[in-house]
Design a binder for this molecule. Structure first.
Ligand code: URA
Length: 165
């Protein structure tokens, strides 16, 4: 969903029930929080501010966490999707997205809040910011403080890179 050419690509975990029904990522409760968070730094999905997808295109039964086998199955498609969208920056939403694309063992609490790099065939190394998943923020409102720090970091980086170009 969103604008493939926006330069900013967000990657979540897997569709929830609402997303499955509508065939669009992040349209349920956590998607609404995500949209409000990004709007607070001036980036609006409805204005083509970002492009957004998930590691898994389908909802795992009962909304369980995707298995390693499911993730491995879809990873080539996600990497190709990124290669085609050619984003200048990636935002990895939550542990599944961050661990998968950064090929990291650490959890999201260790990965969040800093820029990493993801090597994409035909595109090179794309800067990727790992942050907390909005569904986690709905369950753990105290963590919004960290998410806000990550958003400010994203805003600063986007501002600096738009001055460069
Ligand atoms: N959570 C996700 O990771 N993706 C969605 O599309 C919705 C909720």
């Amino acid at each position: 969903d969103g604008a493939p050419g926006s330069g900013l690509m967000l990657i979540g975990e897997a569709p929830g029930a609402e997303e499955d029904r509508l065939g669009r990522p992040f349209v349920g409760q956590s998607g609404q929080l995500l949209d409000r968070m990004f709007a607070s730094i001036g980036i609006r999905r409805e204005d083509g501010g970002f492009y957004i997808t998930n590691i898994l295109p389908w909802r795992p039964p009962g909304n369980r966490t995707p298995t390693d086998a499911e993730i491995a199955l879809f990873l080539p498609f996600v990497l190709r999707h990124i290669a085609l969208a050619r984003p200048r920056h990636l935002v990895l939403l939550g542990g599944v997205s961050a661990k998968t694309l950064l090929r990291a063992k650490d959890g999201i609490t260790r990965l969040r809040g800093r820029w990493h790099r993801v090597a994409i065939e035909g595109l090179g190394e794309v800067p990727a910011l790992a942050t907390l998943h909005p569904a986690y923020l709905l369950r753990t409102p105290a963590a919004k403080r960290d998410a806000w720090a990550d958003l400010l970091m994203l805003r600063r980086t986007l501002d600096a890179s738009s001055q460069e170009s």
